[in-house]
Design a binder for this molecule. Structure first.
Ligand code: 3H9
Length: 693
């Protein structure tokens, strides 16, 4: 006994074999682990002195799944489904001892065991759907046999983790054992099973729950219908549903065949490749080459926010949510009260939905202090300015902050376009200044662009990234340019959308292919939602664009019941004859004969110039890596995760194809348009953005 291989240990104590896996950080089921488990199980099975087997992991967690880094490479035996079968076929009781997270293949391994014990803090789940996959080691056939098809459906399609208590109630965990005693308790449990001569509970043979659901197709039809919106565009949820259907309707081995087939189909497809890429991109984004992870950070115990409007209020909620007190500054009492009122209403709505305890509403509101005096920000560790998007106004605010706020505090601007270096230059401490670009609604959207000025110190950057994590955002470090990463690329799309209006496409013609592509909405629906009057004023409006005319007619978007679209009471959008006439009049005035523009052209002209802009962003080192750009678009603008982000999408289309199309559309793309040399170079070399490491 002893070491089986580099990651597996086998020992026997008092007739109980203990297989211990140690494969940091998350005990992923890579080849060595799979091999180790099989060898150890066989050894324990063959040893007459062994009466039962415990499988346990070292470190922070039980197996958190198959090793995702092995996906896409040729499989090496033993394959995970074989490992699970091997465990299930051991002739003595096997017990999984779970702590941390038993996820994906990890839970499937546990389901191969005859019994499962867990500590109270443990969690179980089948999160494969987030990787565009389904559980491929029998999880789809075994889970419903324990928890029933309804709960299994919810678990495999949401990927949600359930806690030990819930898992215990569902029969997934046989016994909860005291925290910190897992090894000893699992051994004791195994001994009990032996002493009581309990049967080998093979989940594959537990048919009651699946049989009870047989002949009830409405179970699945209703589930599909209820979740159609959520699953739109994704393949994996539907495939997961089919495997649970198979578990209900077919014998175990036949169900396994369905699982195998659908798993392989997903694994070979673009969607899963995209979602696996995003999994790693989300972890890569925190790594900043010249700001090592051990860079000292500053404590942020008190935050000041200037502006209690939609943006400032939303930003404030992020901090109150994690217990950080916030001082909110406004210029007028009325605006302050309105702002605080909106925040309270937001919290109360959340509480009504049962997602927040009523006492927490008060607790969070209690962390917010409103004031009209900028001086009250003197002792803040971080001040975020969220005032009107105007350079002179921002400079004025920063000049004042410089005099008021203590030294050693971070001064941030929530600008979405402006030059952070220029803002920083309004202070005597530019190294303490950076941009923190929140996305609206700021309490909901996950993206935070952390804008690094020329002089921003590394400590300030490290603190901002850490803070982003703390408030549940995904922080992407970007450099200074007009619009940073997200809005700069959006502008490239906007320019084409506007141009196509004049060429003959209506707003709804342009929005549709983008919606069908998987975006939450197209550019015009988005404009209506945000309000067409952002940055517009009656005094300076000259009826010179469609948007100006719409605003002048008080068609300012959803909030006024009309914008590019007409809206009914439920805010359902309908194409508008008024808008159509305005557009046609503009085109006629410009002497353009409207033409029919294909959906393909609309899509390519909206998306390829964005990709081109993304390539320029990389050339200029505004973004650290292509995947950071994708993270911005997925989390800030709702780019469909199953298409991996604009840069990943470009790779799947082929950069040479993107370049060829940009050249073909060239004359229509506007005088300002030019192809990125980086994009052309990669295309000529047959490379991908993903090759830029
Ligand atoms: C599956 O099981 C398929 C089977 O059904 C069928 C097979 C036939 N593989 O997230 P963290 C790395 S699909 C490889 O920062 P946390 C991660 O990249 C799998 N690597 O920690 C990171 O590396 P680095 C189903 C993995 O504490 C480091 O570990 N399972 C894997 O915030 C730390 O990760 C899942 O989808 C992996 N499976 O969260 C679970 N997992 O330090 C995926 C993590 O170099 N994992 N890494 O950046 C998670 O959800 C979280 O990692 C977890 C820990 C909750 C476990």
């Amino acid at each position: 006994m002893g070491a089986i291989n580099a990651v597996t240990d086998l020992s026997v104590e008092d007739g109980i074999a203990i297989i211990t896996i140690n494969n940091p950080p998350v005990n992923a089921l890579g080849h060595a682990v799979r091999d180790g488990i099989v060898q150890a199980m066989q050894k324990a099975d063959a040893d007459a002195a062994v009466k039962a087997v415990v499988l346990i992991c070292e470190g922070r967690t039980f197996h958190a799944g198959a090793d995702i880094t092995e996906f896409g490479k040729p499989p090496v035996s033993p394959w995970l489904p074989e490992v699970v079968t091997e465990i299930e076929n051991v002739s003595k009781p096997t017990v999984a001892a779970i702590h941390g997270t038993a996820l994906g293949g990890g839970l499937e391994v546990a389901l191969g065991c005859h019994y499962r014990v867990a500590v109270p803090s443990a969690k179980c789940g089948l999160p494969e759907v987030h990787l565009g996959l389904l559980p491929g080691a029998g999880g789809t056939q075994r889970l419903p046999r324990i928890v029933g098809p309804e709960q299994a459906l919810a678990m495999v399609t949401s990927g949600a983790h359930i806690d030990a208590k819930t898992a215990n109630a569902a029969g997934l965990i046989d016994e909860i054992v005291p925290e910190g005693t897992l090894r000893a308790s699992a051994i004791a449990f195994a001994k009990k099973v032996v002493a009581e001569n309990r049967p080998l509970k093979k989940v594959r043979d537990m048919n009651d729950k699946v049989e009870a659901a047989r002949g009830k197709p409405e179970l699945f039809a209703d589930f599909r219908k209820a979740n159609a919106r959520k699953f739109r565009g994704f393949l994996a949820p539907e495939y997961n549903i089919r495997t649970i259907e198979a578990a209900v309707n077919l014998p175990f081995d036949e169900g396994m065949k369905v699982e195998r087939k659908l798993f392989q189909e997903l694994m070979g497809g673009v969607q899963s490749a995209a979602q696996r890429y995003v999994f790693f991109a989300e972890r890569e984004v925190w790594k900043i080459p010249d700001v090592p992870s051990d860079t000292p950070t500053l404590p942020i115990a008190k935050v000041g926010i200037i502006g209690a409007g939609t943006m400032g209020g939303g930003i404030a909620m992020n901090f109150a949510n994690v217990g950080i007190p916030v001082t909110l500054v406004e210029t007028r009492q009325e605006a302050l009260e309105r702002g605080l009122g909106v925040i309270r209403k937001n919290y109360e709505t959340t509480a009504k939905r049962g997602k927040l305890k009523p006492e927490d509403v008060e607790k969070r509101m209690g962390l917010l202090t409103g004031t009209l005096a900028l001086e009250k920000l003197a002792d803040c560790d971080l001040v975020i300015e969220a005032v009107f998007e105007n350079m002179d106004v921002k400079k004025d605010v920063f000049g004042k902050l410089d005099k008021i706020v203590k030294q050693g505090a971070i001064l941030a601007s929530n600008t979405s376009y402006l030059n952070v270096n220029e803002i920083a230059a309004a202070t005597q401490r530019p190294e303490w200044v950076l941009g923190l670009h929140f996305f609206s609604p700021a309490n909901v959207m996950r993206l935070l662009e952390v804008v690094r000025g020329e002089k921003t110190s590394k400590q300030v950057i490290a603190t901002a990234m850490q803070l982003a994590k703390k408030i549940g955002k995904i922080g992407v470090l970007v450099g200074v340019c007009n619009g940073f990463v997200g809005n700069r690329m959006l502008a490239a799309r906007q320019a084409q959308a506007q141009a196509m209006l004049m060429e003959g496409a209506m707003p709804w013609d342009i929005d549709k292919p983008l919606y069908d592509f998987g975006m939450p909405m197209g550019p015009f629906a988005m404009g209506d939602l945000a309000g067409l009057d952002i940055g517009w004023s009656k005094e300076t409006s000259k009826s010179s664009t469609v948007r100006e005319v719409l605003c002048e007619m008080d068609r300012r978007g959803q909030k006024t019941g009309a914008g590019f679209y007409d809206y009914d009471e439920q805010r359902n959008a309908k194409p508008s004859a008024v808008t159509e006439k305005i557009i046609k009049d503009f085109a006629a005035k410009a002497g353009v004969t409207p033409r029919q523009i294909s959906e393909q052209e609309i899509l390519e002209r909206c998306i390829y110039p964005m990709i081109n802009e993304g390539a320029k962003i990389l050339e200029e080192k505004i973004a650290i890596r292509p995947s950071d750009i994708d993270i911005v678009w997925i989390n800030g603008y709702g780019w469909p995760v199953y298409r991996g982000g604009p840069m990943f999408h470009a790779d799947t289309v082929g950069l040479a194809n993107v370049v060829a199309k940009l050249k073909e559309y060239g004359p229509k793309l506007g005088a300002d348009f030019s192809i990125s040399p980086l994009l052309e170079k990669l295309a000529a070399e047959g490379k991908k953005f993903q090759d830029l490491k």
